[in-house]
Design a protein around this ligand. Structure first.
Ligand SMILES: Nc1nc2c(ncn2[C@@H]2O[C@H](COP(=O)(O)OP(=O)(O)OP(=O)(O)O)[C@@H](O)[C@H]2O)c(=O)[nH]1
Ligand SMILES: [Mg+2]
Length: 281
C-alpha cells in the first residue's frame, strides 16, 4: 500500500548516515530503533497504562485483525502492534507493557519509558482504570512529563458506574491539561471518541497544557539549567528536560546510562531489528 505521508519516508542509507537533528520534530529514526516499520504509516500511537486496565481490549477494538505480535528488539517481552485507518490517515498503534511507573525499575518499565521517550509517538494513549484513578494517575503524570501529546482513556467506566463511583471526566481533563475520554472498551463504548481524540491530537487541533511539576520557582531554575547543559553535551537529544529531572531525583540508572553513552546511543537511530509488518488498513 502506498504511504500517504511522504515526510516520514526515509531510506535505509539515510538511516545509517544522518544524525538526529533537534529541528527534526517528527524524525522517524528513533522509532526505527525500536523495530517499527514507519513507511506505511502516517502516525504512530503508543498505548500505555497500568497492568489490567484494558489496554489490549482497546488495542483489539481499534485494530481488529490487523495486528501482529512479536518481541521487543533484544528482549523477551512480547509486543503487539497493529493498524487502523481513520479519516484517510493510517495509524500504527503499539501496545506497550503494562506499568505502574516509567522509572525503569523493570524491563517492562524500561521498554515503555524508552518508547515514549525516544520513539516519539505522535500520540500516547494512557489507559486508566476509572474505579481506581488515584493509583493510575501516577503513570499519567509521568507520561505528561515526557510528552504533551497525551490522551487519557478513562476505561472501565461501566464498572465505575456499577460500583456507584462518579467521575467528573471533564474536570479531570481540565486539571490534567489533556483530553480525558471515558470508555468501556470491552463494550465498544467510547471508541469513536477515542479515534477522534487521536486524530485531533496528531492533526494539531488539540492544544494541551499538561500539568507538570517544576513549572516555577527554584526547582524550575535548576531543571532549566541542567536541561541546557544536557542539550549542549548531547545536541539533539530528545526529552532533555525529563533526563534533567531524573538526574535531580538521584536516578542512578539514568545517571549511568548518560555517563556511559547509552542514552545518547538510543537517539542515534541505530537500527537493531527491522521488521516488515504489512498490515492492510
Ligand atoms: N467491565 C469492563 N471490563 C473490561 C473493560 N476493558 C477491559 N476489561 C476486562 O479487563 C480485563 C483486562 O483487560 P486487558 O485488555 O487484558 O488489560 P491489559 O491492560 O491489556 O492488561 P495487561 O496487558 O496484563 O497489562 C479483561 O478481562 C477485559 O475483558 C471495560 O471497559 N469494562
Ligand atoms: Mg495487555
Amino acid at each position: 500500500m502506498e504511504p500517504q505521508n511522504k515526510q516520514i519516508k526515509v531510506s535505509s542509507q539515510q538511516k545509517a548516515e544522518e544524525p538526529i537533528s533537534s529541528a527534526c520534530e517528527r524524525c522517524p529514526l528513533a522509532v526505527q530503533r525500536f523495530g517499527i516499520d514507519l513507511e506505511k504509516w502516517d502516525y504512530i500511537v503508543a498505548l500505555a497504562g497500568n497492568p489490567n486496565t484494558g489496554k489490549s481490549t482497546l488495542f483489539n477494538a481499534l485494530t481488529g485483525l490487523r495486528q501482529h505480535t512479536g518481541n521487543w528488539p533484544g528482549k523477551t517481552v512480547a509486543r503487539a502492534e497493529g493498524g487502523f485507518g481513520y479519516q484517510d490517515k493510517k495509524y500504527k498503534i503499539v501496545d506497550l507493557p503494562g506499568t505502574y511507573s516509567l522509572l525503569s525499575a523493570s524491563v517492562d518499565e524500561e521498554i515503555a519509558r524508552d518508547f515514549i521517550l525516544f520513539g516519539k509517538p505522535d500520540c500516547t494513549l494512557v489507559v486508566v482504570d476509572s474505579t481506581c484513578l488515584e493509583r493510575n494517575l501516577n503513570l499519567v503524570l509521568q507520561v505528561m512529563e515526557i510528552t504533551d501529546k497525551v490522551v487519557v482513556v478513562a476505561n472501565l467506566m461501566d464498572e465505575a458506574r456499577r460500583r456507584g463511583i462518579e467521575v467528573n471526566y471533564r474536570r479531570l481533563g481540565e486539571n490534567l491539561g489533556v483530553p480525558v475520554i471515558p470508555a468501556a472498551a470491552a463494550k465498544g463504548e467510547g471508541i469513536s471518541e477515542i479515534l477522534k481524540a487521536i486524530h485531533d491530537m496528531v492533526m494539531g487541533t488539540t492544544h494541551t497544557t499538561p500539568h507538570r511539576i517544576a513549572s516555577e520557582g527554584p526547582l524550575k531554575e535548576a531543571v532549566d539549567e541542567l536541561t541546557d547543559m544536557i542539550e549542549k553535551t548531547y545536541p539533539g537529544i530528545p526529552n532533555a528536560r525529563w533526563i534533567a529531572m531524573r538526574l535531580l531525583d538521584g536516578d542512578q540508572k539514568v545517571r549511568e546510562t548518560l555517563a556511559n553513552g547509552d542514552l545518547a546511543q538510543l537517539t542515534q537511530g541505530q537500527v537493531k531489528t527491522r521488521e516488515s509488518v504489512d498490515l492492510d488498513v
